[in-house]
Design a protein around this ligand. Structure first.
Ligand code: ARG
Length: 280
């Protein structure tokens, strides 16, 4: 599915890539030393060199697609800091800081917020409630989908709505393998998503059906290889390489799926989207 040739039949022409400004964190101190999600096994060896190489390929891919990538300095002793998506949530330049559920990651919140303060962002909010940034907050056009169930406290949803002034829809995750919203749902354009219904509570599933009747629905296989942990610029969709079924569905809808291999980071339960904090 890598950068497939343009199919004249597909409505590809109607799709346009939007350039984004992204924040990433080099996995210099990457490791799996604790277990806070089912993907993590501290007994299994990791290879920081491979992680760095795979991460660098993702960064270069973003640059080649015309996106701007900022980098935040990694902090020793914070092996999950590579998952920049969790560091904050940004809407219209306003920054809601992240407050982590697990003590192993709590120091990441202030480290990320400090980066924003030093880089010209003026409206910063240190949150009252636990929230894991854009791991659980995903923008779709002028609204926000918000995960809860494992990490982000549902009380954070009201805090985010009040701060950003856009409608926030809460969704409950029920499958521990999909502990953040961005592991079960991915935003494709201003009004399209793809998701894995089985990861949500029955009520949340009904809400998603109501809001997005034409959504791309992921198979068990594609969800199991983290295929929904994807980044879309409206045309190009970067997603884990193994999610071939999703790749096909995306092609049929006129997107350009690009398979990315981030196997080393998957050992910590993260992939493309987890490594990517969308600044604008
Ligand atoms: N090991 C990290 C954790 O469990 C992975 C975070 C993945 N990030 C994401 N946005 N889903 O917190």
């Amino acid at each position: 599915m890598n950068g497939a040739a343009v199919d004249a039949q597909a409505p590809r022409a109607a799709r346009k890539a939007v350039s984004h400004r992204l924040l990433m964190c080099r996995p210099q101190y990457f490791d799996v030393t604790y277990r806070i999600n089912p993907w993590m096994n501290p007994e299994k060896p990791t290879d920081a060199g491979t992680a760095l190489l795979q991460w660098e390929q993702l960064r270069e891919l973003y640059l080649s697609l015309g996106h701007t990538v900022e980098v935040i300095e990694p902090v020793e002793g914070l092996p999950d800091m590579v998952f920049a998506a969790n560091g904050a949530t940004v809407v219209d330049g306003k920054v809601l800081g992240a407050r982590f559920r697990h003590r192993e990651r709590t120091a990441e919140g202030p480290a990320y917020l400090d980066w924003f303060a030093r880089n010209g962002f003026q409206e910063l909010l240190w949150p009252e409630h636990i929230n894991e940034g854009e791991g659980d907050y995903l923008r779709v056009g002028r609204r926000m989908l918000a995960g809860t169930g494992f990490r982000t406290d549902s009380r954070s949803h009201a805090e985010a709505q009040e701060f950003f002034g856009i409608p926030v829809t809460g969704l409950t995750l029920t499958d521990p393998n999909h502990y953040h919203l961005d592991t079960a749902l991915s935003v494709l354009s201003a009004d399209e998503i793809m998701y894995y219904p089985a990861a949500f509570s029955p009520g949340s599933r009904a809400v998603l059906r109501e809001m997005f009747p034409d959504a791309v629905v992921a198979s068990d296989q594609d969800a199991a290889v983290f295929g929904l942990n994807a980044f879309s610029d409206g045309l190009n969709v970067l997603l884990p390489q193994a999610a071939t079924g999703l790749g096909e569905q995306l092609k049929e809808r006129g997107f350009n799926p690009i398979g990315v291999s981030l196997g080393e980071l998957l050992k910590a339960g993260g992939s493309v989207k987890c490594c990517t904090l969308v600044l604008s």
